[in-house]
Ligand binder design. Structure first.
Ligand code: COA
Length: 161
């Protein structure tokens, strides 16, 4: 597996991966594709940075992240996806580590991730916890009645615990 930058030719394969991923609705996929398109259009001028995990022509997954505007050293992990048939093999962990290394190189001290308290996200939350993230904020009834928005974070200078 290699971890590399986003390429123009990745767009269709990543769109297909997003569509196959349980838990993403059509509008989630559209937002994810907008970020990909912005990066492909603006290149380094885009605030959205990408790391793609690939094995030859096979795209295993990707992460999208970037510095949070108006903060001194905070980064947002906007999106992390591993194709269903490649899940649970360490690809997500490798992407997360690369995101954190990149953030540190750019002066980042904390990474923030938004997620949901919903049952559909139990595995996603387990993945964030395993990666050393913990809940730092909760917005009750944010997505719908009974489904909160959770903000997870990790201090990049601390160990994974
Ligand atoms: C969440 C996601 C990115 C994890 O990627 P992954 O490559 O499958 O995860 P890894 O194999 O690197 O897992 C690392 C650790 O996280 C935890 N973990 C990952 N998936 C888990 C699951 N389904 N249930 C419980 N724990 C899980 C485990 O501790 C795992 O270590 P282990 O396999 O040695 O036990 C992937 O499952 C995914 O794309 N899910 C759908 C999309 C999504 O929810 N994205 C996040 C919102 S944008």
């Amino acid at each position: 597996m290699v971890l590399r930058d986003l390429r123009e030719t990745d767009r269709e394969a990543l769109a297909a991966t997003l569509r196959r991923t349980d838990g993403f609705r059509q509008d989630d996929v559209e937002v994810a594709l907008e970020l990909i398109d912005e990066r492909l259009e603006k290149g380094e001028r885009s605030e959205y940075q990408f790391i793609v995990a690939a094995e030859g022509d096979d795209l295993l997954g990707y992460a999208c992240y970037g510095p949070i505007p108006l903060t001194e050293s905070s980064f947002d992990l906007y999106w992390i996806v591993v194709a269903p048939r490649h899940q649970r093999k360490g690809v997500g962990r490798a992407l997360m580590r690369r995101v954190e290394e990149s953030a540190v190189r750019q002066g980042g001290r904390r990474v923030y991730i938004d997620t949901s308290s919903g049952d559909a996200y139990v595995d996603t939350r387990a993945f964030y916890t395993a990666a050393g993230y913990s809940e730092v904020a909760r917005f009750p009834d944010f997505y719908r009645e009974g489904e909160a928005k959770l903000v997870y974070s990790r201090d990049l200078s601390a160990g994974r615990g």
